[in-house]
Write a protein that binds this ligand. Structure first.
Ligand code: NAD
Length: 443
C-alpha cells in the first residue's frame, strides 16, 4: 500500500518506519529541512530504542523515503497520515495550526481520492475541521475530488514506541465510511494477525478515546502522588501501601508508582486540553483540574525537600542531578520534572551538575551554555564535589547505589530521590539524609 506520513517526530517517524517494515511503501514528509536532511543521511533525530536500525533497513529496501516536497508526498499515498505536533495554545487548548496546515497542503496537491488519517492527538471535532479545510481548498481550486477523514489516535509510549506500535493492545479507527475501514484494515493487517485488535467506532469516540486514556493514566499518577504525600505526613510507607492496593485486581500494579510528577509531551498537554474542551461545552471537569493541580505541585516537591534540607539557602551550592529526561529510554525533556527543579535551583543561586544517558544534547538545546549548568559524562562525575544529589529519572543505571560511596562523594550527605529507587533504611543507616516520595521523613 502507498502511504504518506506528515511529520517525522516521535509518532510520524515510528509510524512511517513500522508501516514500511511490513512492506508498505512509505513517504515521510516534514517542513523541517534539517531533520529531513539528517534522516536522508541516515541520522535519526530522536532517541528511540530500535528505531535507527528499522529506519535504515527500510530506506535501504526502498520502502521508506524522506522528503520536504509536499506535492510529491501528497501524490504518493492513498492514506495520508497527519502526525504533526498539537502543542498547547495560550489557554491550554490544543493548537491545531499544524494539523490544519497539513490539511490545506493535502487539499492543494491532491488529484485523486485520499483518506486523511488524523494520528495526532486532536480534540473532539477536529476531523470535521480537517474536512472543512480540505473542502475549502478544493473549492478555491475549483475542483471536485472525493476524500474521507478518519481518526486513528496513537497510543505508543516514548522509550518503547516500536514495541507499542507493533504489539499494541488496540488499533482504534474512528470513521464514518466503509471504504475507509477497509483501507485501514489493509494498512494494519500485518499488525492485526495474532488476534483482532482493531476497534472501529465513530470519529468523535476515537478522538475522545485518546484523551480519556491519557487522562486516566495521569489520574492514576496524581492519585498515587496525593496518597504518597499523605503517607509522608502520616508515618506510613507508600511502598507498602502501593503493594497493598495493587494486589487488588480491580486496581492492579500498573502505573501506580508515586514520583516527582508526570511530564513529557502528552500527559500535561492532553489533560489540559481535555479540561479546556470540557469548558467549551459548558462542563466543569473538576477531576481533571485536580489531576493537573496535584501534578504541578508534585513537580515542586524535589526543590522543596532539597531547600528544606539546606535550611532554605541553596545559594552557591552545587546540586548533582541524575536524569533529565521525563522518563527513562527517551531524550524527551518536554515538561520534565527536572526542568521545574533546575529552574528553581537557578533562581535560588545554585549550580546544577547533571548527567542523563540520552538527554544531554536536548538539555543543551533548551538551556544553552550557562555558568550554572554543568553537563558531565557519567553519574560518577555528576556527584563529584556536589553538595547533594537529586534523582529525577529512573534510568536503569541509577537503580543501584552504594550508600557509603555516595555519602563520601557528597559534601553534605543529602539525597532527594524523586523515583523511590533506594531503601530508606539502608540510606539512613549509612548516615544519609534521604528524602524519597511518601517514605517517611517529611519536611
Ligand atoms: P514532534 O514534535 O516530535 O514531531 C512533529 C513533527 O511534525 C516535527 O518534526 C515538525 O517539524 C513536523 N511538522 C509540523 N508541521 C508540519 C507540516 N505542515 N508538514 C509536515 N511536517 C510538519 O511530535 P510528536 O511527539 O511526534 O507528536 C505528534 C502528535 O502525536 C501530537 O499530537 C502528540 O500529542 C501525539 N502523540 C505523541 C506521542 C508521543 O509519545 N510523543 C504519543 C501518542 C500521540
Amino acid at each position: 500500500m502507498k502511504i504518506t506520513v506528515f511529520g517525522t517526530g516521535y509518532v510520524g517517524l515510528v509510524t512511517g518506519a513500522c508501516l514500511a517494515d511490513v512492506g508498505h511503501s512509505v513517504v515521510c514528509v516534514d517542513i523541517d529541512e534539517d531533520k529531513i536532511a539528517r534522516l536522508r543521511r541516515g541520522e535519526i533525530p530522536i532517541y528511540e530504542p530500535g528505531l535507527e536500525s528499522m529506519v535504515l533497513r527500510n530506506v535501504e529496501a526502498e520502502r521508506l523515503a524522506f522528503t520536504t516536497d509536499a506535492a510529491q508526498a501528497v501524490r504518493h499515498g492513498v492514506l495520508q497520515f497527519i502526525a504533526v505536533g498539537t502543542p498547547p495554545d495560550e489557554d491550554g487548548s490544543a493548537d491545531l495550526q499544524y494539523v490544519l496546515a497539513v490539511a490545506a497542503t493535502i487539499g492543494h496537491h491532491m488529484e485523486e481520492y485520499k483518506v486523511v488519517v488524523d494520528k495526532s492527538t486532536v480534540p473532539v471535532g477536529t476531523a470535521d475541521r480537517v474536512q472543512e479545510r480540505i473542502s475549502g481548498v478544493l473549492a478555491e481550486r475549483g475542483v471536485e475530488l472525493a476524500f474521507d477523514v478518519c481518526s486513528n489516535p496513537e497510543f505508543l509510549k516514548e522509550g518503547s514506541a516500536l514495541e507499542d506500535f507493533t504489539r499494541g493492545a488496540r488499533i482504534v479507527v474512528g470513521s464514518a465510511a466503509a471504504r475507509v475501514d477497509e483501507l485501514m484494515r489493509e494498512c494494519y493487517a500485518p499488525y492485526n494477525r495474532n488476534h483482532e485488535k482493531m476497534m472501529f467506532m465513530s470519529v468523535r469516540a476515537a478522538e475522545l478515546t485518546k484523551y480519556a486514556a491519557n487522562a486516566m493514566l495521569a489520574t492514576k499518577i496524581s492519585f498515587m502522588n496525593e496518597i504518597a504525600n499523605l503517607a509522608e505526613r502520616l508515618g506510613a510507607d507508600i511502598e507498602d501501601v502501593r503493594r497493598g492496593i495493587g494486589s487488588d485486581p480491580r486496581i492492579g500494579y500498573h502505573f501506580i508508582y508515586p514520583g516527582c510528577g508526570y511530564g513529557g509531551s502528552c500527559f500535561p498537554k492532553d489533560v489540559q486540553a481535555l479540561s479546556r474542551t470540557a469548558a467549551k461545552v459548558g462542563y466543569n471537569a473538576e477531576l481533571l483540574e485536580a489531576v493537573e493541580a496535584v501534578n504541578r505541585r508534585q513537580k515542586t516537591t524535589l526543590f522543596d525537600k532539597l531547600s528544606a534540607a539546606f535550611g532554605g539557602d541553596l545559594q552557591g551550592k552545587t546540586i548533582a542531578l541524575w536524569g533529565l529526561a521525563f522518563k527513562p529510554e527517551t531524550d524527551d525533556m518536554r515538561d520534565a520534572p527536572s526542568r521545574t527543579l533546575m529552574e528553581s535551583l537557578w533562581s535560588s543561586g545554585a549550580v546544577v551538575q547533571a548527567y542523563d544517558p540520552e538527554a544531554m544534547r536536548e538539555c543543551r538545546r533548551i538551556y544553552g551554555e550557562r555558568d550554572d549548568l554543568i553537563l558531565v559524562a557519567d553519574r560518577v562525575q555528576a556527584v563529584r564535589k556536589a553538595d547533594a544529589l537529586v534523582i529525577c529519572t529512573e534510568w536503569k543505571e541509577f537503580r543501584t547505589l552504594d550508600a557509603a560511596w555516595i555519602r563520601d562523594q557528597l559534601r553534605h550527605p543529602v539525597v532527594v530521590d524523586g523515583r523511590n529507587l533506594y531503601e530508606p533504611e539502608v540510606m539512613r543507616a549509612a548516615g544519609i539524609d534521604y528524602y524519597a516520595v511518601g517514605r517517611g521523613k517529611t519536611l
